[in-house]
Design a binder for this molecule. Structure first.
Ligand code: SF4
Ligand code: SF4
Length: 260
């Protein structure tokens, strides 16, 4: 079991580097098994949503409405979505069962990183313009008493977060950069809606690209148009690049906005 708790009363935000070593193992035999899947706040990344809506065979719109709650990410003033919790006493994750996570192969990025936290995906960390890792050491987590050793780098590879981080890179960069803006620089409501659609609602973004004047207004390589038509992950990466270009015009821009 792995995920990030964001009810972070006991978090020690000590920054750690990729070669930092630690002992940890989570398995069904630990006395705390699945405790970390309750009373938590899990921010979903764009790629998490893509995987989960496909796993559950839902449209992105339906997934967002059934399984997520909208929030504003502190210091960025940008909309994020968190996994909806059950209304039981412990606020259990909707996917937790006695024998573990029901959607384990598609579990969210924060769940994979745990017991590490990622500043860009935390409500409270990351006051500067860089992303970083830190340990979430919760008193109930017995995983630290196990003797399997990892470096942070090895843990990330083992948990399959490399691929996720690569797909989400432009989105994470956008969050981190926005976080370092002065508090008085705000995005408009329209910009926030665009950010929401481009980040989380891939089906709506697909319609936005292929069923509007989008392709006339932007000068996009035809080969790329074909790729994003066929490949949903490519469409998501395109969307996140497009968002970054829209919000930080001219920096690493993949598109030429022919209308400007
Ligand atoms: S060892 Fe830690 S991560 Fe594993 S189930 Fe227990 S609380 Fe969760
Ligand atoms: S998605 Fe899975 S791993 Fe993450 S909190 Fe829910 S049950 Fe636990």
């Amino acid at each position: 079991m792995s995920q990030q708790t964001d009810g972070m009363a006991h978090v020690t935000p000590e920054r750690v580097s990729l070669d930092h070593r630690f002992s940890f193992r989570c398995h069904k035999g630990v006395s705390c098994f699945t405790q970390c899947c309750r009373g938590i706040n899990i921010i979903l990344t764009p790629y998490d949503i893509l995987r989960l809506k496909n796993r559950l065979e839902l449209s992105s719109e339906m997934f967002l409405s059934l399984y997520t709650e909208p929030q504003l990410l502190e210091k960025t003033d940008l909309p994020v979505v968190t996994l909806k919790m059950q209304e039981d006493e412990q606020r259990s994750c909707v996917f937790v069962r006695e024998d573990g996570c029901l959607i384990y192969e598609d579990r969210p990025t924060c769940c994979r990183y745990y017991p590490l936290g990622v500043a860009s995906l935390s409500h409270k960390e990351g006051a500067d313009d860089k992303d970083f890792f830190f340990f979430i050491k919760e008193p109930h987590c017995k995983g630290f008493e196990e003797d399997t050793e990892w470096s942070v780098l090895e843990w990330r590879q083992d948990q399959g977060v490399d691929l996720r981080d690569e797909v989400n890179a432009d989105w994470t960069d956008l969050l981190v950069r926005k976080r370092s803006f002065p508090a008085n620089i705000k995005f408009t409501e329209k910009s926030k809606q665009l950010f929401f659609m481009g980040s989380y609602n891939i089906d709506k973004f697909r319609s936005f690209v292929f069923e509007s004047s989008f392709l006339e207004r932007y000068n996009i390589d035809p080969a790329e148009v074909e790729k994003i038509r066929e490949d949903e992950v490519a469409l998501l990466k395109f969307s996140l690049r497009w968002l970054k270009n829209t919000f930080f015009r001219g920096e690493g821009a993949p598109l030429k906005d022919a209308s400007v």
